[in-house]
Ligand binder design. Structure first.
Ligand code: PGA
Length: 250
């Protein structure tokens, strides 16, 4: 089976000014100097350049938290893939549940955003996940399959493995309720099967877990066979906690 490099991403959401981002990077870099994992920081758009400049030459790569699918146009308040690439950004989170639930992000838009990111050589980190209601109703797999098929519809099968998938059960985000390692492994193995059925080289695809990941639970989550890393919200705001999570990935 091909080796998959673990990916640990810090999703800061709407936290940290440029000055705070700079302090974080300075505190993080010495703590992760020996890592061979992919460490990704996802700051606000305004702090992207600061994180790019300050982390040059380190293991840190930089991701935006969203982008628009068009190359340019009359889309007030939006940012394009070209603009992110010019800022030397490497990746972009797409379809986070907060964007889906609070800002009306649709599967139709995501079906255009994912190929637009790939075309620009930005690594998409596509978030999928079920609500508590869907899990309780036995709909977890149906929801995941529907989101994956819809959001990846515009991606050639040969490029599917270049998309990192983040499995983020909505009920575990920011709630302190983490999926058990078994629940996360089961959902992520299912996602890998869906990718395989869609024609992906699924053993190469990185699939990570997100939802209340902390230094104390990261190791047992990432010890699971199919879990290739973590998308971390709250615990990524502290450099020592995030460094501990990077270390817990092995
Ligand atoms: P959390 O957020 O770690 O604070 O639960 C995860 C995410 O939303 O990506």
């Amino acid at each position: 089976m091909p080796e998959r490099t673990p990916l640990l991403a810090a999703n800061w959401k709407m936290h940290k000014t440029v000055a705070e981002a700079a302090q974080f990077v300075d505190a993080l870099l010495p703590r992760i100097a020996a890592t061979e994992h992919d460490v990704v920081i996802c700051p606000s758009f305004l702090a992207l350049r600061e994180v790019v400049e300050r982390s040059r030459g380190s293991a840190v790569r930089v991701a935006a938290q969203n982008m628009h699918e068009a190359e340019e146009g009359a889309f007030t308040g939006e940012v394009s893939a070209t603009m992110l690439v010019e800022a030397e950004v490497d990746a972009v989170i797409l379809g986070h549940s907060e964007r889906r639930q609070l800002f009306g992000e649709t599967d139709e838009a995501l079906a255009r955003k994912v190929p637009a990111a790939l075309a620009a050589d930005l690594e998409p980190i596509l978030c999928v996940g079920e609500t508590e209601e869907a899990r309780d109703g036995g709909q977890t797999e149906a929801v995941l399959e529907r989101q994956l098929r819809a959001d990846l519809a515009g991606v050639e099968p040969t490029r599917l493995a270049e998309v990192t998938i983040a499995y983020e059960p909505v009920w575990a985000i920011g709630t302190g309720r983490t999926a058990t390692p078994e629940q996360a492994q089961e959902a992520i193995a299912f996602i890998r099967d869906v990718l395989r059925e869609a024609g992906a080289e699924a053993d190469r695809a990185r699939i990570i877990y997100g939802g209340s990941v902390k230094p104390g639970n990261a190791a047992e989550l990432m010890a699971q066979e199919d879990i290739d890393g973590a998308l971390v919200g709250g615990a990524s705001l502290d450099p020592a906690d995030f460094a501990a999570i990077v270390e817990a990935a092995g």
